[in-house]
Ligand binder design. Structure first.
Ligand SMILES: [Fe+2]
Length: 381
């Protein structure tokens, strides 16, 4: 067997009411907490925030709620949330919400820990990456995800928007949440497109994480168990009618694919999806999903991908691609030009070389260009 690395650092409590039923875990983290969350659209109740506040009050923990997390959070968002603390120094930070809220919780904890220096230097100093700057933060982070997709509750990365480079980047230091309370109830009031984008993001994490050259027996086992869960809810997701048990499966699928892809990484579809998110405002999961089916269909050696698509409940990669296409097409309405496709292809070949190197089959510029054209055919004007 090939040597491998397996690393996971978060204690996960999964299940309905998992935070309430394991509240004593928070007691050990301290007496003061900062809750980082997102303002919900309209009058939608933030059930996870209500649960968190109830638990902290029950424990007698002092807390502050910072609810100004922005979408695609810019570095400046961390600074303004830090200023909102106004001298309230938390013993720990709780992220309540989707990937953005969890990522901001990580970045804010690191920012407080490191003395609130110049934020770009702090988050993106190359030395942090080279020195394996991992969990060098004395302020623990607790993750309470309300979406199923990013897996941020068990990953070390925090994606922030850099206004200096007009791009999104993960901060260079790694910070894994100490505890994650994953409660499928929080998904039940999600709008359909959020369920779609999350499910496809998680699916892409699993598919790419298994095909990555660094994939190993541990993460592939976890992913394959999660693909089986996917097969249980995929048709109901398309119909928009999930049962309670299927919401549980959806939630566990995302969590498990998060653990899996942290052992290897994402590859081609994630890299190809970035321009769609950045320039066309396509949500991250759907942006990756647009390429996922065509990526699998394009494998010269289909025996590499067949076990994956079969575990997901499909006959072959054509059927897999058809399903993903249905799910992404109903939520994506964009226009792209020939020039954009050429530019994105060039950018991919220039910036995302490491993704090509991690892919089990060699891909040329022509291959990437063909993938862009085939996957985006419906949108080319
Ligand atoms: Fe992703």
């Amino acid at each position: 067997m090939e040597p491998f690395r397996y690393n996971t650092q978060t204690c996960v409590y999964f299940g309905r009411h998992s935070m309430r039923d394991n509240a004593e875990q928070l007691k050990e983290l301290g007496k003061k907490a900062a809750i980082v969350t997102t303002k919900f659209v309209g009058d939608a109740p933030n059930l996870a925030l209500q649960d968190t506040v109830a638990v902290l009050e029950e424990l007698g923990t002092a807390y502050v709620v910072l609810d100004n997390v922005e979408t695609d959070p810019p570095v400046e968002n961390i600074v303004s949330l830090y200023e909102e603390l106004d001298g309230f120094w938390p013993d720990y930070v709780i992220g309540v919400g989707g990937g953005a809220a969890l990522d901001v919780a990580k970045a804010l904890a690191q920012f407080i820990n490191d003395g609130a220096g110049e934020p770009y230097n702090l988050f993106f100093w190359p030395g942090h990456l080279l020195n394996n700057y991992c969990n060098m933060c004395d302020i623990p982070v607790v993750a309470v995800p309300t979406t199923a997709g990013t897996g941020s509750e068990v990953t070390g990365g925090a994606v922030l928007t850099r206004s200096d480079k007009d791009t999104k980047e993960s901060m260079n230091m790694w910070l894994y949440p100490k505890i994650a309370f994953v409660d499928p109830r929080y998904l039940e009031t999600s709008p359909q497109f959020l369920l779609d984008t999350g499910a496809i993001d998680a699916l892409a994490h699993g598919v790419e994480g298994c095909l990555h050259k660094d994939a190993n027996i541990m993460n592939r086992s976890i992913s394959f168990a999660a693909f089986d869960l996917f097969s249980h809810f995929k048709d109901a997701l398309l119909e928009g009618e999930l049962t309670q048990e299927q919401f549980d499966d959806l939630s566990a699928h995302s969590l498990m694919q998060g653990v899996s892809f942290m052992q290897s990484c994402t590859t081609i579809p994630h890299g190809m999806g970035y321009p769609l998110s950045q320039h066309k405002n396509v949500p991250h999961g759907l942006a990756c999903g647009i390429f996922l089916g065509e990526y699998l269909k394009a494998f010269r050696d289909q025996s590499l991908v067949l076990p994956i698509v079969k575990a997901c409940g499909f006959e072959d990669s054509d059927e897999f691609a058809e399903y993903v296409r249905k799910l992404t097409n109903r939520d994506v309405d964009i226009e792209v030009t020939e020039e954009e496709i050429e530019y994105w292809t060039d950018q991919f070949m220039k910036i995302q070389k490491w993704r090509l190197e991690a892919n089990p089959e060699e891909l040329s510029r022509e291959d990437i260009n063909r993938l862009y054209r085939t996957a985006l055919a419906k949108y080319i004007k």
